[in-house]
Design a protein around this ligand. Structure first.
Ligand code: ZN
Length: 241
């Protein structure tokens, strides 16, 4: 399996508080979650978009992981369309935290994806909604000591699978773990991960994200031209080894 992590680098990553949470860099911390599970490639997004994300990398990626905040608008239309098309052909994609505002997420979901928020380091507790779901095994509740509050209403389509609801000590609740199906691909959205809190170092969060990665990874080879009815020969999807 190949996992490609796209993590934004902006000036807040240079601040003391973020460096304290992630001395190695938040992107490196996120990438380390999947080491041993997959071949992992870490790409930086910035005001130039995602310069390192070539067609070759996109086509060879089984699961993409996306964290962004300030530079969503820098991701060009052509790349947004390529990512959406790749998901429709089977690539899994995990959108983390403020990636709810990213262009690929909004393109794939088709809604504004807006939410309410408050940034004061509240405690969050994630409650699993479906104890039979593969993503929640061994991590049915997760306590996060400090997080940015994300609250309802969250303008998303009704999730195909609602996995977690987050509760915040200020009283709000949020659909913080959701799976969507698009074509042959699966999308997982997970709300925790504001850059000033070391959430991606928590053991349970890492376990949950590895299980999410396994769950949304494509299980068969993708038909490159499954939409084309007039090809002379069709390749038949095969079980992945
Ligand atoms: Zn945030």
């Amino acid at each position: 399996m190949k996992v490609t992590v796209v993590c934004e680098y902006n000036e807040s990553m240079e601040s003391e508080i973020v460096k304290r949470a992630y001395p190695e860099g938040m992107g490196a911390c996120i990438a380390s979650i999947f080491e041993g599970q997959a071949e992992v490639e870490l790409l930086r997004s910035d005001e130039q978009g995602v310069p390192g994300l070539t067609d070759e990398i996109l086509e060879s990626t089984d699961v993409m992981v996306w964290w962004g905040h300030m530079f969503h608008a820098a991701v060009p239309d052509a790349l947004v369309e390529k990512i959406a098309y790749r998901v429709q052909r089977g690539m899994g994609i995990i959108f983390l935290h403020s990636a709810h505002e990213s262009r690929p997420f909004k393109r794939l979901l088709g809604t504004t994806c807006t939410l309410s928020w408050r940034e004061c380091g509240e405690r969050e507790r994630l409650w699993c909604v479906d104890p039979t779901h593969p993503i929640v095994q061994g991590v049915e509740t997760i306590d996060i000591p400090h997080e940015e509050m994300y609250g309802e209403p969250f303008d998303i389509p009704t999730p195909d699978e609602l996995v977690y609801i987050g509760w915040f000590e200020g009283g709000e609740v949020f659909r913080g773990g959701c799976v969507f199906h698009r074509g042959r691909g699966k999308i997982f959205y997970f709300n925790p991960g504001h850059e000033t809190y070391p959430t991606y170092k928590l053991k349970d969060v890492r376990k949950l994200l590895r299980q999410a990665c396994d769950y949304i990874a494509p299980k068969t080879e993708v038909w490159e031209h499954f939409h084309c009815r007039h090809r002379d020969t069709f390749s038949v999807p095969r079980e992945k080894s």
